[in-house]
Design a protein around this ligand. Structure first.
Ligand code: GLC
Ligand code: CA
Length: 548
C-alpha cells in the first residue's frame, strides 16, 4: 500500500447532495455552436438539434453564453433587453422548447447573467442620455463631470479592460460615463436600489421559465470603491487577474446574498456560478460562502502551466479554499475568453495564456498540444468537484491561430490597436462534419468566422466511434467519472517521480506524466489512458492513465 504524503481532500466538503457539487457542465457559445437556418450564426434551434450529442457525451448541464437582445458589439455581453431572445438566435419559444428538451434528457440549463453593465442600446441608457445630469435616469449608471476647465478630461484615470480609457464623454456635455469594458457597455450603479430590484426581477423571470442557474459575468466588478478614487496602476495582469478599486469590493457580497435568497424561493437546486478573476483562492472562496453563490470558476487552474509542481499546488490550494467554506471546487481549462488549452499547451511556455495568437506570433505545436490536452483531461476529470468543458474541447479543437485581422470582431483587438489579438480565435464555429462546407456547422455552409483548415481533422463525425479519438476519450472519462463517483470523491496524493502527478480518488489511481520522457506505470489494471500504453506498462511522455 503506498504511503499517504499529503492531506486528504473531501470532494463533498461534508455538505449536501445538490446536483452542481459534482456536475460536468458544458459551455455553449451559441453563435458558434450550430446554425439551423443557414445565416452562418449558431442559434437556439441549432442547440436543440445537438442535445442528443450532448447527452451521449454524458454531461450534466449546459451553460449558454448570452442569447439576449443585443447589438452584438461584444458577442452579446452587451445586453439591450435581458428578458428577450435576440432574433439572431431565435425566439422565446425556441428557448422554451430547447429548455424543455434539455430537461427531458436530464440536462440542466444555466444561462448567463450580465449585471455589471448593459448595452448602450438598453432603454435605461438611452433615457439617461436624454435627461440632464443628476437625473434619476443617469443615477442608474456612473455619470460624472469631467476634470479640466471644460470637463475635457476623464473623471479619473481608470482604464478599460479592453484597452483605452474607461470613460467616454457625452458629446456636447461636461459629463462622462464609466465603462470598464467597451464604450458600448456602460457600467451600472449598484448603489442604486432600483438597479438591485431590476436584477432580482430578471432572475425571477428566468427562474420561472425553469432555468437551473446563472453564470454571473464579472461578478467581482459590480460594486466600485466609493468616490471612484484615482488608480493609475494596471487593472489587469496579462493572465487576466484584476487589480484596483473597481474589483472585488466587500459590497458585492450583499448582492449575492440577496440573489441566494431569491433562488431559494424556487424549487430544485438552482445555482449561481461566479466569473471572478480574483486571487488568491481565499478571496475567490468568499463568493461561494454558503449564503452566496454556489460555484466560482477556478481560473488559477486554467492559468497553471504544464508543470507538475504548479498543478499540484493549485489543486491543493483550491480544494482547501473550497473546503473552508463548504463549496465544491470547479476545474476549468478553457472558455470563450481564453486561447484554447490544446493550443496553449503546445507553446514553448506550455500553458501560458497569451491574449490571442495570430500568424505573426509563435505558432503552437498542434500534436504536442493535443497530446498534453488529452493527458490534462485525465487529470481534470479525476478531481473531486465540478468540471467545466468549453464547446469543442471534447473534440481536441485547437485555437484558430492564423485568423486574418479583417475577420476579427473582438473589441479588445480594436481598443488595443491590435496589441491584444483578442478572443476570436477560440470562438470559431464547431466542425460537426469534416467533409462539408463550414464543416457541417451551418445548413448553408456559412460561418460567421472562417474556420481553419486544421478543423478538417477534428470533425465530430470522424471521431464518433473511433476509440482513439478525443471525443471517445471524453465520453469514456465522463462515464468512468460518474460510475466511480469521482466528483464526490477524496483526493489523496501518492509518492511519485519528479514531473509526475500520482494520486488516488476512491478505487482509482491516476498518473499524469508531464515529462518529455516516458515513465513506468505503477501496477494495476489500466482503465483508460490518453496515449497507447505498451505491454511493459510504460506510460509515454506527456500522457496519463487511470488505474484500478
Ligand atoms: C466576461 C465575459 C467576456 C465579456 C466580459 C464583458 O469576462 O466572459 O466575454 O467580454 O465579461 O461582459
Ligand atoms: Ca442561425
Amino acid at each position: 500500500m503506498p504511503v499517504q504524503i499529503k492531506e486528504t481532500f473531501l470532494g463533498k466538503c461534508g455538505a449536501g447532495a445538490e446536483w452542481w457539487r459534482n456536475a460536468v457542465i458544458y459551455q455553449i457559445y451559441p453563435r458558434s455552436f450550430a446554425d439551423s437556418n443557414g445565416d452562418g450564426i449558431g442559434d437556439l434551434v441549432g442547440i436543440s438539434s445537438k442535445l442528443s450529442y450532448l447527452s451521449s457525451l454524458g454531461i450534466d448541464a449546459i451553460w449558454l453564453s448570452p442569447f439576449y437582445r443585443s447589438p452584438q458589439l461584444d458577442g452579446g455581453y452587451d445586453i439591450a433587453d435581458y428578458c428577450d431572445v435576440d432574433p439572431l438566435f431565435g425566439t422565446m419559444d425556441d428557448f422554451d422548447r430547447m429548455l424543455r428538451q434539455a430537461h427531458d434528457k436530464g440536462i440542466k440549463v444555466i444561462i448567463d447573467l450580465v449585471p455589471n453593465h448593459t448595452s448602450s442600446a438598453h432603454n435605461w441608457f438611452q433615457s439617461a442620455l436624454k435627461t440632464p445630469m443628476g437625473s434619476a435616469e443617469r443615477n442608474r449608471y456612473h455619470f460624472r463631470d469631467g476634470k479640466g476647465e471644460n470637463g475635457e478630461l476623464p473623471p479619473n484615470q481608470w482604464k478599460s479592460i479592453f484597452g483605452g480609457d474607461a470613460w467616454s464623454r457625452i458629446p456636447g456635455e461636461t459629463q462622462w460615463y464609466l465603462h470598464l469594458f467597451d464604450s458600448s457597455q456602460p457600467d451600472l450603479n449598484w448603489d442604486n436600489p432600483e438597479v438591485r430590484a431590476e436584477f432580482e426581477d430578471i432572475l425571477r423571470f428566468w427562474l420561472k421559465r425553469g432555468v437551473d442557474g446563472f453564470r454571473v459575468d464579472v461578478a467581482h466588478a459590480l460594486v466600485k470603491e466609493s468616490g471612484l478614487p484615482d488608480w493609475d496602476g494596471p487593472i489587469k495582469e496579462g493572465s487576466g487577474i484584476n487589480f484596483g478599486p473597481m474589483w472585488d469590493q466587500e459590497g458585492v457580497h450583499d448582492i449575492y446574498r440577496s440573489w441566494n435568497r431569491v433562488l431559494k424561493q424556487f424549487s430544485g437546486d438552482r445555482m449561481l456560478v461566479a466569473e471572478a478573476w480574483v486571487q488568491p483562492q481565499s478571496r475567490l472562496a468568499r463568493y461561494v460562502r454558503n449564503d452566496e453563490m454556489h460555484q466560482a470558476f477556478n481560473f488559477d487552474y486554467l492559468l497553471a502551466r504544464w508543470d507538475a509542481i504548479a498543478l499540484k499546488e493549485v489543486i491543493n490550494t483550491s480544494l482547501a479554499a473550497g473546503a473552508h467554506v463548504g463549496a465544491p471546487t470547479t476545474w476549468v481549462m478553457s472558455n470563450h475568453d481564453t486561447v484554447r488549452h490544446t493550443s496553449r499547451y503546445g507553446l514553448s511556455e506550455p500553458g501560458s495564456r497569451p491574449l490571442g495568437i495570430d500568424a505573426s506570433r509563435e505558432q503552437p505545436d498542434e500534436a504536442l498540444g493535443l497530446r498534453r490536452a488529452r493527458a490534462a483531461a485525465l487529470l481534470t476529470h479525476a478531481l473531486p468537484g465540478s468540471v467545466y468543458i468549453y464547446q469543442g474541447e471534447e473534440l481536441g479543437l485547437p485555437e484558430h491561430t492564423t485568423l486574418d485581422a479583417a475577420h476579427r470582431q473582438d473589441p479588445s483587438f480594436f481598443r488595443t490597436n491590435g496589441l491584444e489579438i483578442g478572443r476570436d480565435g477560440c470562438r470559431v464555429p464547431i466542425p460537426w462534419i469534416s467533409g462539408e462546407v463550414s464543416y457541417g456547422f451551418s445548413t448553408a455552409g456559412k460561418s460567421w468566422l472562417p474556420q481553419p483548415e486544421s478543423f478538417s481533422r477534428y470533425g465530430a463525425d470522424l471521431q464518433h466511434g473511433d476509440s482513439q479519438s478525443t471525443l471517445e476519450l471524453y465520453r469514456q472519462l465522463l462515464k468512468l467519472r460518474r460510475d466511480y463517483e469521482l466528483g464526490n470523491g477524496t483526493l489523496t496524493w501518492l509518492p511519485s517521480a519528479q514531473g509526475v502527478l500520482y494520486f488516488e480518488n476512491g478505487p482509482i489511481r491516476i498518473v499524469i506524466n508531464l515529462n518529455d520522457m516516458a515513465t513506468v506505470l505503477p501496477g494495476g489494471q489500466v482503465l483508460i489512458s490518453s496515449a497507447p500504453i505498451d505491454q511493459a506498462g510504460v506510460l509515454p511522455a506527456n500522457a496519463a492513465a487511470w488505474l484500478k
